[in-house]
Every structure is written in structure tokens, then in C-alpha cells.
Design a protein around this ligand. Structure first.
Ligand code: RNT
Ligand code: ZN
Length: 423
């Protein structure tokens, strides 16, 4: 009796929300359907603090840092996959998993300039079985050959060609993922190259980077299987004064060479937002990769939450149907909290932001804007924040058979007790 009462109440709450949105001309059922179609690329590296499995004992370098020592990180591919499965069971929809090359699942001793699709075959089998896609990344850091702080832009020909070979192979692995899984893999190149202090030559490393990228991309691959992306950055730890792969460099390179630029939310000045760059970038490139992250004071890679910038990003993507040309990936690594929870919080927050965008009466707002009625525009933006979108998200979760509200946390706690705490 009680259960029946709760179910009826839930239905009423959704029906009430549906009516309130309908009064604004918004169809909540359609918004739920649209959200169900959005694939978010969940980054595998939150599961083990970006360490990977190829080089045991290797620390994280490249000017990025995961702080904290919460127990239970994944130590091998089987554990990482189990953790990802747990996270996905708490997130509605079918998504993608974003792998770094160092997450190869092999007993062979293989260096980064020798990796092949077969070293990732178990990931493909697993992805097929889970019904998820895969994205890929060369790993130009945490390796003896990146210790000088330079990889693709290195003046040392041996170092430079090592990383060129690595990236070449990564694209082929990306193509293999795309072909096997019948959905395009985004292969994203990010390098840490840069100087701690003021350089005397900013141009030469950029010319070398251009040459390396040209060499890497010279092989034509099946475009329906692999999309190349290049990720820009402003600074890193130890590269505060100069980063070779700046935003201007890569945007120019991407436009000229018809590949995608990757915009990471933490790779700009603290008051510079990627939400404001999406519409411009997509005017001159066909596709875009986002690394949704949360920088606090610097590129700190905090877990993504439903903050103003996340909402702006989602709004930009939904309003002009840019989602169809944008690959949304998450990128953060917080080792101070339960890592499965970190995934679930970030993924569900991204979904909530997208849902709120799907629930926006955009045409009404744009009409007000066109007519110069900025009062209505601002008033409605504020009113929309307090609309019952949460009831619609609950309905989405219900339909997707994943926990509603904070119920997912109990499941993560249980998993922590049963699995993570025993590692
Ligand atoms: C680093 C970049 C890059 C990495 C991952 C691990 O600043 O954001 O995307 O976070 O490749
Ligand atoms: Zn990134």
C-alpha cells in the first residue's frame, strides 16, 4: 500500500512538472528522449589517478597532478572495468569510455612506440559486451622519454621521433576501436611540452610540433572510424611561462588541417570560459572535442558539478544543435574521494545540465533578445533555474532503471565495502 502510494506520488510530481513546462511550450517527454541519446565519454583515468598499467611504479608527470590517497584505486584492467561497470549501472544511457594508451591490457613488455591494436583487444571485447564506445589518447607523459619536458616538439630527434611513432600507432588503434565498435573513436593528442621560465625561442618548438603533427597525420585513415583532435593548454606545473601547444597554435592547426580542436575547461585563464568558445570554434571546424573539467584557481581537475559554467556549456551545445558535432568528454582526477562516486557525480551532473538545456524555452528567450527585451531575458533565465527540472531528471533515471536521487550513493558505499576496501 505504502509503495503504491509512493509510486503514485512520484507520477504526480512528474505530471505536475510536465504541465509547468508545457505552459512554457516545452515537452518534457521529448527532453528525456533527447537526453537518452547523448553519449558522454567517461575518462578511465579517474579510476586509478592517471597511472595506467603499462609501466608499474611509474609516477604521474607532465605537469598534471592527482592529489589525495583515498583507498581502493584500480590496479589492473579487470578492476578498472569492474569499477566502470559499477559507475555505468548508476548513470542512465549508453556512453563511451575514454582510454589512454597506458591502459593497454597485456602481459607483454611493450613500449609506447610498439603498441598495437591487439594490446587493447580485451577492451574492445568488453566494450562490445557492455554496448559502449571507446575513445583514445596517446600518453606523452609519465615516461622516461618525456622527462626533458618535451615530446613532439623536442629538439632531440630521437625523442621527437619516438613520440611521433607513438601517436601514429595510437591513431591506428583509434581506427580499430571505431571499426570494431561501429562508432567513431576520437583520438586526442595532448602533450605537456613547455618551459617553466621565459623562453628565448617560442617559434622553433611550435615549428617542430607542426612538423610532428604533419608526420603523424600523414597516413589517411577511415574518417568514419577515427577523428583526430588536438588539445590546447595555457600552462602546467613546470610549464608556467610557455606551452608549445597553445590555443592559437592548435586552433590554427585544426582549421588548416581539417581536424578537431579539443577545448579543456581548465586550460585557460581562470576567468576565460570554454562555453564562450564553442560557437566560434565550430564555425571553422567540423567537429569539436570537449574536456569538461572544473578548474579551481588553476587547472586543478576537480570533479565536474552542476555549476554555472557547466550549464553554459550544455546550453551552447543544445541551443544550436551543436551536440551533433561535439564530442563531450570528462577530464578530472580527484584521488581524495571515492573514485566511482567521482565518476557518477560528474556524469550525472553533465546529464542534469544537458537536461536543463533541453528543457529551455529557447525560442521565447531569443525572441525577447531579438526585440531588445533584455528584462524578460534575464527574468526568465532566473525563473527557469527554479523550474522543477529535478522531477524530470528523476523520471529519466526511473525510465533508465538507474537509482533516483541520492540512492546511487548507497550502492557506491556497498561496493566500497564489498570490493574497493579489499584492494
Ligand atoms: C592535461 C590534459 C589531458 C589530461 C589527460 C589525462 O592537462 O587535460 O587531457 O588530463 O590526457
Ligand atoms: Zn584534458
Amino acid at each position: 500500500m505504502l509503495l503504491k502510494g509512493v509510486i503514485t506520488m512520484k507520477k504526480e510530481i512528474y505530471q505536475d512538472a510536465k504541465q509547468r513546462y508545457a505552459a512554457l511550450g516545452v515537452d518534457t517527454d521529448r527532453a528525456i528522449e533527447s537526453l537518452g541519446k547523448v553519449k558522454i565519454s567517461m575518462h578511465c583515468w579517474q579510476g586509478d589517478d592517471v597511472l595506467g598499467f603499462l609501466f608499474a611504479g611509474q609516477e604521474l608527470t607532465g605537469g598534471i597532478q592527482a592529489t589525495g590517497n583515498y583507498p581502493g584505486k584500480a590496479r589492473n584492467a579487470a578492476e578498472l572495468r569492474a569499477d566502470i561497470e559499477k559507475a555505468f549501472s548508476l548513470i542512465g544511457g549508453k556512453h563511451k569510455v575514454n582510454l589512454h594508451s597506458t591502459y593497454a591490457d597485456t602481459t607483454e613488455k611493450v613500449d609506447l612506440d610498439a603498441i598495437e591494436p591487439r594490446h587493447y583487444a580485451s577492451w574492445v571485447d568488453w566494450a562490445k559486451q557492455q554496448g559502449v564506445g571507446l575513445d583514445f589518447n596517446p600518453t606523452c607523459f609519465s615516461h622516461p622519454k618525456s622527462e626533458s619536458g618535451f615530446t613532439l616538439s623536442s629538439a632531440d630527434e630521437g625523442i621527437r621521433s619516438f613520440w611521433v611513432e607513438h601517436c601514429r600507432r595510437c591513431r591506428k588503434i583509434g581506427e580499430y576501436f571505431g571499426r570494431e565498435l561501429s562508432q567513431k573513436c576520437v583520438t586526442n593528442i595532448w602533450i605537456p611540452d613547455g618551459y617553466k621560465d621565459i623562453p628565448a625561442d617560442r617559434l622553433a618548438p611550435r615549428k617542430r610540433l607542426e612538423r610532428s603533427l604533419d608526420e603523424i597525420l600523414s597516413e589517411k585513415l577511415d574518417e568514419s572510424c577515427n577523428l583526430d583532435a588536438v588539445e590546447s593548454k595555457l600552462f602546467g606545473i613546470g610549464s608556467e611561462s610557455y606551452v608549445v601547444g597553445s590555443n592559437e597554435f592548435y586552433l590554427g592547426y585544426a582549421v588548416k588541417n581539417h581536424i578537431a580542436i579539443a577545448l579543456d575547461a581548465g586550460h585557460f585563464h581562470p576567468t576565460e570560459y570554454i562555453s564562450n568558445k564553442i560557437s566560434s570554434a565550430l564555425m571553422f571546424t567540423d567537429e569539436l572535442l570537449l574536456h569538461v573539467s572544473r578548474p579551481i584557481r588553476w587547472d586543478s581537475d576537480h570533479v565536474v558539478i552542476l555549476d554555472d559554467e557547466l550549464q553554459e556549456i550544455a546550453d551552447e551545445l543544445v541551443r544550436d544543435d551543436l551536440l551533433s558535432r561535439t564530442h563531450v568528454g570528462l577530464d578530472y582526477f580527484d584521488a581524495s574521494i571515492n573514485r566511482v562516486a567521482a565518476w557518477v557525480i560528474g556524469m550525472r551532473s553533465m546529464q542534469k545540465a544537458l537536461l536543463r538545456s533541453f528543457l529551455e524555452p529557447t525560442e521565447m528567450l531569443r525572441r525577447a533578445e531579438r526585440e531588445g527585451d533584455y528584462t524578460t531575458r534575464l527574468a526568465m533565465f532566473e525563473e527557469l533555474k527554479a523550474m522543477p527540472w529535478q522531477a524530470v531528471y528523476d523520471q529519466f533515471c526511473e525510465q533508465q532503471s538507474v537509482p533516483v536521487g541520492s540512492a546511487w550513493l548507497q550502492e557506491v558505499r556497498q561496493y566500497e565495502k564489498d570490493v574497493l576496501s579489499k584492494r
